[in-house]
Design a protein around this ligand. Structure first.
Ligand code: KG4
Ligand code: ZN
Length: 359
């Protein structure tokens, strides 16, 4: 059973095809990130326009890569939330149209849940395929109960699954997502967008204990807050350059010395990552899951991987990074389980978007 998944929730126009929820047949991702760099973040209107331009070629390429025609596809899955309204609309309208025109069942997918489902694609499940052979896939699918940490530019959540479609949201961020905090801090200290990779790289030369930054104290151990940390970085940088609170944030970067910049990057990263790892560790101890899985772009962070492996007794198997950042294969994978577990189909005449969809 093959499902074609469409993803357009942010700046990636993506389409992937997955068989039986484990075999990756294709994964085509077009990112409009270069168009947003000059603005220091994703511009929703530019992202939506780019989706319109490339969505059809991306879908066609995905079919080609999977050596499939529409006759081979059993169902279409599409991200309907959470995400940017204009962006989601392009994917959903395309999927609705294709579902009607090609007479395929349609499934509405939660983007955040899909991030975790990328972990169900496995090596053993993979059959020889021209272009997906180079993927470093997991050896086996995660087992339930499964603890999922979702860390991206839009989400920071800890979720516990007892089984497919049987999950509890343990906690999430109250304000900024962790990736967003990386992006905002990078901007303050003068590093390029996206901030995650640039902070991670810069931090290698810095001392993570050079500065003490605050960890948010919240009622639940599974809740996160990163906006205070971002403000603390701004205040620290202002202080370091001998300026007061009202010194404009966009002028701070040029006054920082290289040493200050690398030390702030390292100290920020250390605290942001420790917050995530601490919550994951507490959840692990409380719920004793059989597996821990990670999804989202921040999972690429080497400090996060280092701290997780030193703090958790259970080794984490990381999925290929191309499947952890936004992609269509994760949507197709979750779509497969919608089919396999008889989840309700979406109505191709009426499916709407839900920009604020939660788990
Ligand atoms: O999952 P993703 O590609 O898109 C969203 O759904 O948001 O995640 C993008 C986020 C950005 O905020 C980016 O700065 C962050 O992931 N990111 C990283 C790293 N690589 C990407 N954050 C920390 N360290 C990295 N190496
Ligand atoms: Zn995402």
């Amino acid at each position: 059973m093959k499902v074609l998944g469409i993803e357009t929730s942010c700046d990636e126009t993506a389409c992937g095809i997955v068989e039986d929820g484990t075999r990756l047949l294709s994964n085509v991702v077009f990112s409009s990130i270069d168009l947003h760099k000059a603005f220091g973040g994703v511009v929703p209107e530019i992202a939506a326009r780019s989706h319109i331009e490339v969505i059809i070629p991306v879908i066609e390429q995905s079919l080609e890569q999977a050596l499939c025609t529409w006759d081979d596809i059993d169902a279409i899955a599409v991200t309907y939330g959470a995400g940017l309204g204009g962006s989601l609309l392009i994917g959903v309208m395309t999927a609705r149209t294709l579902a009607i025109a090609k007479r395929k069942p349609l499934y509405a997918i939660n983007h955040v849940e899909a991030h975790i489902y990328a972990n169900f694609l496995t090596k053993t499940g993979n059959r020889k395929q021209l272009t997906t052979d180079s993927y470093q896939l997991r050896d086996s699918a995660p087992e339930f109960p499964m603890l999922g940490l979702i860390v991206s530019g839009g989400h920071t959540q800890l979720v516990l699954w007892q089984d497919h479609f049987d999950y509890t949201l343990l906690g999430q961020t109250r304000d900024d997502a962790v990736g967003e905090a990386f992006d905002k801090v990078a901007k303050i200290i003068g590093l390029p967008y996206p901030g995650g990779p640039s902070i991670s790289k810069t931090a290698e030369a810095g001392d993570p204990h050079a500065y003490t930054l605050p960890k948010a104290k919240l009622d639940s151990p599974y809740e996160f807050s990163f906006s205070g940390l971002k403000t603390a970085v701004l205040r620290l940088a202002q202080k370091e350059i001998g300026q007061s609170h009202d010194f404009p944030s966009h002028e701070v970067a040029e006054e920082l010395s290289e040493r200050q910049r690398v030390n702030i990057a390292a100290s920020f990263q250390h605290v942001a990552v420790a917050t995530l790892v601490n919550a994951t560790k507490i959840a692990f101890e409380q719920y004793q899951p059989k597996s821990i899985v990670i999804g989202g772009g921040v999972a690429a962070n080497s400090e996060l991987r280092r701290q997780l492996s030193s703090q958790l007794p259970l080794p984490i198997e990381y999925q290929d990074i191309r499947l952890m950042t936004d992609n269509g294969a994760m949507v197709a994978t979750l779509g497969c389980y919608h089919v396999l577990k008889n989840q309700p189909e979406a109505d191709p005449k009426t499916l709407g978007i839900e920009p604020n969809l939660s788990m």
